[in-house]
Design a binder for this molecule. Sequence first.
Ligand code: EPZ
Length: 462
Amino acid sequence: MKTSTAIKSVQVTDKKIGEGVLKVHHPFMSLTDLSDEGGNSMASYIVRGGNRLAGDVTVSGSKNAALGILSAAMLLDGACKIENVPDVADINVMIEICKDLGAKIKRDNEGTLLIDPTSINTHEAIEDKVRSIRGSYYLLGALLARFGKASLYMPGGCNFGTRPVDQHMKGFEALGAEVSLEHGIIHVEADKLLGEHIFLDVVSVGATINIMIAAVKAEGTTVIENAAREPHIVDVANFLNTMGANVRGAGTDVIRITGTPVMPAGSSYSIIPDQIEAGTYMMMAALTHGDITVRNLIPKHMEPLSAKLEEMGAHVESGDDSIRVWLDENEHLKPASFKTMPYPGFPTDLQPQATVLLCLAEGSSKMMENVWDNRFQYVDDLKMMGADIMASGKLAVIQGGNPLTGAKVTARDLRAGAAMVMAGLAAEGVTEIVEINKIERGYERFVNKLQSLGADISRLDR
Ligand code: EPZ
């Protein structure tokens, strides 16, 4: 019996997907991640705290931009070259998924990909690996643009509560696609994609990129209103334009895409630096009373963090493509209030790391999480290390100044994992962080980069 669920029908039912049972109100509104696997989940990091981090560190290409750009490359009508692609687990999975579709991809050691998508021979991405990362959902937009149809497993990714995709579906429908969910596979299909005016109900990075990608070959003009403005949205738009598309307004809340029937490609594009990786190292400088120059970043992207670091008493000096952050031995961090917001607000992906910093600031601080509904799961691990934090709903109140002591803690997700490494760097004694496969989804050569800054960290393979 066919169990396809039309997007327009609102039902309350339990759906069996894989081995899990999903409570569904609206099929695309309350989907929770099913998988957070990948890499060697048995490996751990051992951190001996107390070292002051100093020196230069170079930021890698943006993981989240690369996920969008790799997907967007799948709709091209010719080959292209993409530079500054980070060598991290999520991107490597994404490359494998694209190869499974039939794309020819060659990678050199310098982070450059040569991609020929003209050999793609299927509109279906229904391998298990699709479920292990979040960014695979951009293939819905890309394959829809290429074939007029796409089928994809519900994507996975970091688990911090429900991660709905209703806004993506709303956009595809507006462009003329039929959307359904069958056995955990999303199907989208259109006789013809026609440009439309789409007003997003929530500011969503993923929906903005997915709709932008799908609309690139649609007939006429698509307008996305209430679009997200994150740097990687601009990067995906710039990539598409370099390959022949006509996308205007990315980086503002109104994006206009005038459809181009053929995307000739044939050019090279270099991915922007990773804003979140850069921010993590900037905070590590303040955390360890260190002095780090973070190179190959875009200072403008770091402004929400730079302002907060200065408010907390750290020194921040911006260059053209670098930022130096330092805190002297005799200086102290001051407490502060943070609120995460879509760009240009303070990024949710730096929230756990900033919370660790607040643990060291003497006095009472607040962290308000406004993007995700369950992104304080790591707080219990910090408490185990001696932190005084009360977290309830979207608010955490941090009573800073208690010394942290090393413990065995878990990387609950990618950024929470980075926060645990930070806590370990600041703690007395040894911290073991387990489930580091989640950290390695998004931080390139994390251990090497930290060691070069003077951290006492090693990777233990079991
Ligand atoms: C992207 O996730 C990033 N992932 C996340 O980074 C990041 O935390 C997030 O944007 C916010 O900045 C990638 O780019 C692969 P959203 P995304 O759609 O696109 C709600 C990391 O650590 N929403 O902007 O999935 C949603 O529930 C990762 O690198 C809907 O209601 O996030 C959330 O509250 C983790 N309906 C808010 O919007 C939808 O259809 C923002 O989500 C879509 C989203």
